[in-house]
Design a binder for this molecule. Structure first.
Ligand code: F6P
Length: 320
């Protein structure tokens, strides 16, 4: 029986567990022997690899994070470590890999493919939603709902106390989480790396609204702007309002996967197993303009992610 190993790598994201469960069960139904790699790339080197018994993936669907745990391994950059990883896979009879993670993990697995010709399929998973070639990455919907829930409760205090709140979202260099959150939570200000902002005109707009009776302000700022502290002080000094900063941090990465993340996880997992079953060697599962498909790794690795222009357009009025 041919072995197929499933692993998670990089930042954890809600939806990883449903993807693991589905990949294990679907690959078994096609006649493969599924394996689990624990601790990400580090686990490949350290042989944290076990055959996936059905019990290992039961009761994991609703859990956030990754039951396989994850890592960002520097050792995998060394050929000697990759050689050890290859020997581990050979010993277990594993000939194919499914990696659930971000584009850095896909690039690492592609290097491994170039070294040892072990085919892999990548499932995009990161709350940052910054993997080129796909409109959606696992974890995004759950993170957005977590942010929405937090902003909704912050707004209660903002309104009760006539305060301004600056809420910082994650996303590394990508403003997707901040933009989608600003639009869907009715924020007054949105700052993201993708958009220029004009504090003078933001000030004029908000001063006018405050004169007309507005009593609170919500600003959503992407961490990649590095502007949260500054904006909080600016609101206090310029608009003469009590202003507070909330950095949501890792709260937005955890939590039980939403229905959307579970469904997307199943679709990506089935597509990944099918891709390997068809004999494809290094494809990434993608969801673009409403359709599922695959892209060769080089198309993902060599491209830049960009945020949906329609969403960017919705945010522009919040930057001026
Ligand atoms: O890539 C996911 C992410 O949560 C980013 O949004 C964030 O910048 C980073 O990981 C945080 O990394 P760490 O968990 O290592 O602090």
């Amino acid at each position: 029986m041919e072995g197929i190993a499933i692993m998670t790598s990089g930042g954890d994201a809600a939806g990883m567990n449903p993807a693991v469960k589905c990949a294990v069960e679907y690959s078994r139904s096609l006649g493969y022997k599924p394996f689990l790699v624990f601790n990400g790339l580090r686990g490949l080197i350290d042989d944290n690899i076990e055959e996936a018994k059905p019990s290992a993936v039961s009761g994991i669907m609703h859990r956030g994070g990754t039951v396989l745990r994850s890592s960002r391994s520097k050792r995998f950059f060394e050929l000697e470590s990759r050689q050890v990883a290859y020997e581990n896979l050979q010993r277990h009879g594993i000939t194919k890999l499914i990696v659930i993670g971000g584009d850095g993990s896909f690039r690492a697995l592609n290097q491994f493919y170039e070294d040892f010709k072990v085919p892999f399929a990548g499932i995009p998973a990161t709350i940052d939603n910054d993997i080129p070639g796909t409109d959606y990455c696992l974890g995004v919907d759950t993170a957005l709902n977590m942010i929405r829930q937090n902003v909704d409760s912050i707004r209660d205090t903002a309104n009760s106390f006539s305060r301004a709140f600056v809420v910082e979202t994650m996303g590394r260099h990508c403003g997707y989480l901040a933009m989608a959150s600003a639009v869907t939570s009715g924020a007054e200000i949105c700052m993201v790396p993708e958009l220029e902002y004009d504090l003078d005109s933001i000030g004029e707009r908000l001063r006018r609204q405050l004169e007309e009776g507005r009593n609170f302000i919500i600003a959503i700022v992407a961490e990649g702007c590095n502007m949260s502290d500054y904006l909080t002080r600016w609101i206090h000094d310029t608009l003469k309002m009590d202003a507070r900063l909330t950095i949501l941090g890792h709260i937005q990465r955890g939590g039980s996967p939403s229905v959307r993340d579970r469904l997307m996880a199943f679709k990506f997992a089935v597509a990944a197993v099918d891709s390997l079953h068809r004999g494809e060697t290094s494809n990434i599962m993608v969801y673009r303009s409403g359709s599922y498909g695959t892209l060769p790794i080089h198309k993902v690795a060599d491209a830049h992610a960009s945020v949906d222009p329609a969403l960017v357009a919705l945010c522009k009025p919040l930057c001026k």
